[in-house]
Ligand binder design. Structure first.
Ligand SMILES: C[S@@+](CC[C@H](N)C(=O)[O-])C[C@H]1O[C@@H](n2cnc3c(N)ncnc32)[C@H](O)[C@@H]1O
Length: 269
């Protein structure tokens, strides 16, 4: 896996706060490139700090919302980006900031302490308008989210509807001060939205799977659809005998789409 050599970006100055600021312009650029924001896009930077990501984001011409909880950081960032005209700095907690009601991107080096809460807000709701995200997160967190067979129903729900990819390792020396852990660039891309019927089927499948992940795929699916699931499992190329918890979440999404299609055919829709 490639690592990124740090290329210094604008220094934030003395840092008694314990916050790990991104100090690599190359990492910031890579993050932005993977979302390729256009001037018509709305991009949110959560935990914007002094703008290591906000400032290069502003140069893409996209509309940028920089959310920062620390009022002093937010004030300094506001001054830094005042001339750009396309950045709104908001002093707020990222866990409560109202998410955009239209399609949006997220490019951010998020505070690791709120990673789960933030990703939950972005990926759990059926109505989420998130289209794409590039996040710097703790290495272990990125590994958990991108595991082929997630350990929890929650992560499987995210991975069934979004492509979650661990793009690259980001070493501690890309930050100032350097953290004790490795970080990662996590890229998130929404797949085609499921219809309401397929989403309901997916939710029921994941409930059944993660209640007893070690039982067979055949048993888990039979619980949801009743009767014998052999034909649909075969059609979806799923091994009936494999442990349900070993199946990739995107395969559950494909099965949910097939189940929804079957029920629509049966009801003559
Ligand atoms: C890892 S630093 C990243 C700063 C900046 N994005 C950078 O890359 O240099 C995380 C930032 O998130 C801010 N922060 C911490 N908790 C937050 C929260 N709940 N909501 C919004 N910002 C938060 C911190 O003040 C800090 O500026």
């Amino acid at each position: 896996m490639p690592t990124s050599r740090p290329a210094r970006s604008r220094k934030p100055g003395p840092n008694p706060s314990g916050v790990h600021f991104l100090a690599s312009a190359r990492v910031a650029d890579g993050l932005i490139r993977s979302c390729s924001p256009k001037p018509s896009d709305l991009v949110v930077d959560f935990g914007a700090g002094f703008g290591a990501i906000t400032a290069p984001l502003a140069r893409t011409g996209a509309r940028v919302i920089a959310v920062e909880r620390d009022a002093d950081f937010a004030r300094k960032l506001g001054k830094r980006v005042a001339a750009s005209g396309n950045v709104r700095v908001v002093t707020a907690d990222a866990r409560e900031f109202p998410l955009p009601r239209t399609s949006f991107l997220v490019v951010a080096s998020i505070p690791y302490s709120i990673s789960t809460a933030l990703v939950r807000r972005l990926l759990t709701p059926r109505t989420s308008n998130l289209r794409r995200a590039a996040l710097i997160v703790e290495w272990g967190f990125a590994k958990r989210l991108t595991a082929a067979a997630p350990r929890s129903r929650e992560v499987a729900w995210w991975a069934a509807r979004f492509d979650l990819e661990l793009e690259r390792r980001i070493p501690p020396n890309c930050f100032q001060p350097a953290p004790t852990v490795d970080s990662a660039q996590l890229t998130i891309r929404r797949r085609a939205r499921l219809g309401p019927g397929a989403e309901q089927a997916l939710s029921a499948l994941l409930d059944a799977v993660y209640r007893t992940p070690q039982r067979s795929t055949r048993a888990a699916v039979a619980e949801v659809i009743g009767g014998r699931p052999h034909r649909i499992l075969h059609a979806c190329d799923l091994d009936p005998a494999a442990p349900a918890g070993s199946v990739r979440p995107r395969r559950w999404a494909a099965l949910a789409i097939a189940l929804d299609g079957n029920s629509q055919q049966l009801s003559g829709k």
